[in-house]
Design a protein around this ligand. Structure first.
Ligand code: GDP
Ligand code: MG
Length: 363
């Protein structure tokens, strides 16, 4: 079997990784390539996996731990995609609060799996609203130790990909490109808008043609890294909803609007909150993200008799408080004639990262 190209697209929560995976996979498939995707989270029931799973795309989910702490789980996911679809290209999205990927993933893969894989340069995506603040030594709307993780992610990148340029003017894009390049000279800095399809082809060209990957090994304080992750409460919940004459899009909008109000009124900092409402093959997704707590909504779920709601929330508060906050919002939002059944419900605080491998030298 031919070697598979593995592209790792990291970056902080809400940076635009899943959206890029989808855009990139569509383009590669249009060129006749077999594409597999790998998602990753601290707990099962990921909105991302549901967004990406389509008739043509095979998605593997590594849940319950990040790639670096479950290296073998990640390798199994890669092996499955090589066996099941004979993948030419695999694009993987690590957990957004994860750093030190060069030492714990990229270099170990180069050492142990170079007969099966060609490893692309490590790409780190950055949302411009957080990045602007970080470049000015701000906190990017994050706890200082979460902002530390954000900086470390950029520091180890082979490629820094500034996302969402459709929200910037040409002058703003040029300025953030040059400021980022100046601050992180070791990386190749590029910009994209997945929403408008701008720069996606150029990024794919860059990561598909270059072979040097994981050039920078971080000097990182694992105590600060662990604390930066632990300040976020993590909640993944899945509900089956049933009721006649209910517009599920309105329900979704109401839940997000109440969640945003509750989070804002308590001045809680947000990593990323995303919800998906699925009705058969139709779905709507809403996100709350960025340094400025923007919300987005796309798709349409419709009015079928039943729906599935998945909630993924990463918010700077205790997991118990996040659990209560989301429960209160659901109690207020769900219509009286809606019956709900909880299919899965997990809230947690990420544990201290304990990577399977950690290389001190590049391969
Ligand atoms: N305006 C704009 N929004 C984007 C773009 N890419 C992603 N987003 C939005 O950013 C939010 C987070 O995106 P997602 O791909 O889930 O980020 P992830 O957490 O890094 O996987 C969502 O609301 C997306 O719709 C883009 O190119 N332009
Ligand atoms: Mg994602």
């Amino acid at each position: 079997m031919n070697k598979t190209r593995l592209i790792l697209a990291g970056g902080f929560l809400g940076a635009g990784k899943t959206t890029l995976l989808w855009e990139a996979a569509k383009r590669l498939m249009a060129e006749g390539k077999r594409v597999g995707l790998v998602t990753n989270d601290q707990a099962p029931e990921l909105v991302d996996t549901h967004i990406l799973q389509g008739d043509d795309i095979k998605v593997e989910e590594v849940a319950g731990s990040c790639f670096c702490c479950n290296f073998n789980g990640f390798v199994d996911a890669i092996k499955n995609l090589r066996t099941d679809i004979v993948a030419d290209v695999i694009i993987a999205e690590p957990v957004g609060s994860c750093a030190d990927l060069s030492a714990t993933i990229v270099n170990p893969l180069k050492k142990f799996y170079s007969t099966d894989l060609i490893i692309s340069p490590l790409t780190v995506l950055a949302d411009p609203s957080r990045l602007c603040s970080i470049l000015q030594n701000g906190d990017g709307g994050l706890h200082e130790d979460a902002a530390y993780i954000y900086r470390k992610q950029l520091e180890e990148a082979d490629v820094i990909l500034i996302t969402k340029t459709d929200t910037l003017t040409k002058e703003q894009t040029d300025k953030i490109l040059s400021d980022t390049q100046q601050t992180f000279p070791a990386a190749k800095v590029m910009a994209i808008s997945s929403a408008e399809g701008v720069g996606v082809y150029e990024w794919l060209q860059e990561v598909s043609s270059r072979t040097e990957a994981g050039k920078t090994l971080l000097d990182i304080d694992y105590d600060r890294y662990a604390h930066g992750e632990a300040v976020l409460g993590w909640l993944n919940g899945t509900l089956h909803l049933e009721g006649e004459g209910i517009c599920w899009d309105d329900v979704l909008k109401d839940i997000m609007s109440r969640l945003t109000s509750a989070i804002t009124s308590e001045s809680l900092r947000v990593g990323h909150v995303k919800l998906i409402m699925e009705c058969g093959k139709d779905y709507a997704v809403t996100n709350l993200t960025g340094a400025d707590n923007q919300t987005t909504l796309r798709g349409k779920a419709g009015m079928a008799g039943d729906a599935k709601l998945i909630i993924n929330a990463r918010v700077e508060t205790s997991p118990e408080h996040l659990d209560q906050l989301v429960r209160n919002v659901l109690a207020d939002s769900l219509p009286d004639n809606c019956q709900e059944e909880v299919l899965a419900w997990r809230y947690l605080q990420p544990g201290r990262p304990n990577p399977t491998h950690r290389f001190n030298e590049t391969v």
